[in-house]
Design a protein around this ligand. Sequence first.
Ligand code: AMP
Ligand code: GLY
Length: 431
Amino acid sequence: MRILVIGSGGREHAIAQKIFDSPKHPDVYCAPGNAGTAQVAENIPIKSTDIPALLEFAKRKKIDLTIAGPEQPLTDGIVDEFQTAGLRIFGPNKKAAQLEADKDFAKKLMVEAGIPTAQSRTFTRYDHAMDYIATRDTPQVVKVAGLAAGKGVFVCDDPADALLAAERILVKNEFGPPGNTILVEEKLVGQEISIHAITDGQSVHILESSRDHKRAFDNDVGPNTGGMGAYSPFTPTLHTGSVADFYTNMETHILLPILDTLRRHEIEYKGVLYLGLMITAGGPQVLEFNCRFGDPEAQVLFPRMKTDFIDVANACIDGRLDRIEIESDPRPAVCVVMASGGYPGHYEINKPITGIEDAESEDDVTVYHAGTTTNGDRLVTHGGRVLGVTAIGDELESAQKSAYTAASKINFEGAHYRKDIAHQTMRTENP
Ligand code: AMP
Ligand code: GLY
């Protein structure tokens, strides 16, 4: 069995590792991969956005199953191209992936499905956005409608900030074509949680809960990043009802209605459906949909997943997800992201990395690679987020302690990481 994983981040290392660990012992390929995926897969030097070259490779190698990690190839239609060529691929097709790629489309669909979400208006003209912002007397969030690598959302506390954001997107064109349209929506207040579900378009499996830490520095200060760490499970603090009811409601009031509404538009959604939720005093509201696994969330979800992911992906493709269980290790996982000095702003690459073997000698620690490569026989940095140090422990505290002990053994010039990953939950639970 031959399996191709597309992408080069920590998420893709976690996916490739999970597939490599399958009792089916497949041959794993990763395009383009990183120095970590090279340990569990053969790296293929094709960019994750070069769909024709990926297709040619998959046909030539007779790949049995392809898993696309990042959103860009999915929203560019890699699933449609592979399916047309008769190849099996896990993920939503181009139309379905618009749920992430077009926030205006997603918002309209949520309203049609009756899904709780922030009240919002869409604009293509700055003067119209300006008039609307002037009428708002609560804080607003200004969003690039298209894909912006997590950088296109401005949470604004006053109208002046909102105007500035709208100007940067619509007038100064800082985001290019994805920023031709913006959403101006009410700012929601509450606790954020990520929910990952796998769906074959009909039935839905909600995976273990997880939480990301988006800000660059401790105590949630500094600029937004792709994610500086994650932990799983994360039990939300609910205003009413039990956690079990929360998940049932998630399925009946959000996931199934969005799938039904998509179907009404003749769109079948298969793959990962990842919801960003805000738990407000009035109940959960959807912030966004993503069409793939979160990164670093994947780096805590995959090490906990006990079921063979090849079986999950195949069941999803074949529309028989209702016939399998997805089991998880009950023990919590914590992932600490180690980043290059300066990330998410300017950073240098090519810094030698040491200490990974030592870090992995800790019990239940896996070091996932993101921005790494080899230079001669040296492992060096090659991106902003460099490594994800994940530990599993009997308790969240012990997982956290192991992740930090392991991270402290790894060195590269300029390395920085947050020291408070998973702290918030522990503070809430153990005041
Ligand atoms: P999104 O890409 O839409 O999830 O937005 C990125 C981040 O911006 C979210 O994870 C939230 O922290 C924040 N955000 C987005 N929309 C809102 C909103 N309506 N109210 C408050 N925060 C938001
Ligand atoms: N960690 C956030 C994301 O992957 O979108």
